[in-house]
Design a protein around this ligand. Structure first.
Ligand code: PMP
Ligand code: GLN
Length: 385
């Protein structure tokens, strides 16, 4: 596709997101959509009812810029309950339009033009765009298959005099990696030593199958330099509601609120009320969420293996990656041809990489779907042989 002459040079090459492209392809070809990561079932009924109640109760005007007090309180309680992090809900929590706005607002607030942002690749697509919008540059550290660990020396080498912050995503999209305690300790020690900020994207915090989600903010001397981001979309299966949050120090909240207020100002007043209810659900809800998704993950992984692909075990998130060499020359070609070949949509991993070799033979499949949809996808994938 030729470049749009109106688009600023900073945003050249970003075009339309791979998720929108692949969902459109799925609709056009009536394929089973294992591309874009969204659940095909609604979230818990009590949360849906709470949103309807909030609309009926008249919570339909601008909420406070920092978010409604009840939600800030519920986010603080959640951080205490799951991670023993103590926060002042009036100064250390900021409600955002999903994690996407939180990430962009943080980068716009914290980066000078020309600063460098260290990011692990494959990276979630909005990171590259947000870094570009902030006028910063990305420095990538490869996560290498099949276990997606990184070489400590690669991270050390990526940090320079111009590095402003490290952007970490765990559990990690698209690889399903859950960063280990020793990896997070290494990242934390470098951040402290080099006086860097860390922005952590923890939207899949409750979707962990193996290992444990450890927030970087809980590591020594990290609370004062970590901007932690999460959102309701994945945890409560309401990806269209776009309620997210930042937890960090008062000064960092104020800095990020300055940019956030001019992006959306506020969003989703009735949904903010509903998510208060969600965050206060019992522990069993959060456990079952991961257990149910784990069954879907196992089912899809087994199906992919049966077809003859090498599957890279997913330890968390909505996604599993498999190696498609043997089925096409590269992942992009494979994914573009997959709907026609067998009526399934997946996402090529190379679109999340600067180093095209890194993701060349990999495809990401989403398993956040009903068991019967996964079963149908597996059946269709059998046509590959
Ligand atoms: N970060 C990651 C790693 C994601 O996978 C997503 C997509 N859900 C987001 C951020 C965006 O989250 P939200 O929908 O809350 O903006
Ligand atoms: N996070 C979702 C994914 O990785 C997509 C969200 C979006 O379309 N921006 O599939």
């Amino acid at each position: 596709m030729s470049e749009n002459p109106y688009l600023t040079s900073r945003m050249r090459g970003f075009g339309t997101t791979i998720f929108a492209q692949m969902s459109a392809l799925a609709v056009a070809t009536q394929a089973v959509n294992l591309g874009q990561g969204f659940p095909d079932t609604d979230g818990p009924p009590e949360i849906l009812e709470a949103a309807i109640d909030a609309i009926r109760a008249g919570h339909n005007q601008y909420p406070p810029g920092i978010g409604i007090p009840e939600l800030r309180q519920a986010v603080a309680e959640h951080q205490k309950r799951f991670y023993d992090i103590t926060l002042n809900p009036d100064t250390e929590v900021l409600i955002t339009a999903g994690a996407t706005e939180a990430i962009t607002a943080a980068l716009l607030a914290l980066c000078e033009f020309g600063d460098e942002v260290v990011v692990f690749e494959p990276y979630y697509d909005s990171y590259a765009a947000a870094i570009a919008m902030a006028g910063a540059h990305r420095r990538c550290v490869p996560l290498r298959p099949p276990d997606y660990s990184y070489a400590p020396e690669d991270l050390e080498a990526a940090i320079s005099e111009r590095t402003r912050l490290i952007l970490v995503n765990s559990p990690h999209n698209p690889t399903g990696k859950v960063f280990s305690r020793s990896e997070l300790s290494h990242i934390a020690s470098l951040a402290v030593e080099r006086n860097l900020l860390v922005v952590t994207d923890e939207v899949y915090e409750h979707i962990v199958f193996e290992g444990e989600h450890l927030p970087l903010a809980t590591f020594p001397q990290m609370a004062e330099r970590t901007v932690s981001i999460s959102s309701a979309g994945k945890t409560f299966s309401v990806t269209g509601w776009k309620i997210g949050w930042i937890t960090t120090t008062e000064e960092l909240v104020r800095a990020i609120q300055t940019t956030k207020q001019f992006l959306t100002y506020v969003n989703g007043a009735p949904f903010q009320h509903a998510i208060v209810k969600g965050l206060r659900l019992g522990d069993s809800y959060f456990k079952e969420l991961a257990q149910n998704l784990q069954m879907c993950k196992d089912e899809l992984s087994a199906g992919l293996r049966e077809v003859g692909m090498e599957v890279h075990e997913s330890h968390g998130t909505y996604f599993v990656i498999s190696d498609i060499s043997g089925f096409a020359d590269d992942g992009l070609e494979f994914c573009l041809g997959l709907p026609e070949r067998c009526g399934v949509v997946a996402v090529p991993v190379q679109v999340f990489c600067d180093d095209l070799e890194l993701g060349a033979s990999l495809a990401r499949f989403a398993f956040c779907k009903k068991p019967e949809v996964i079963a149908e996808a597996v059946k269709r994938l059998g046509r590959l042989n």
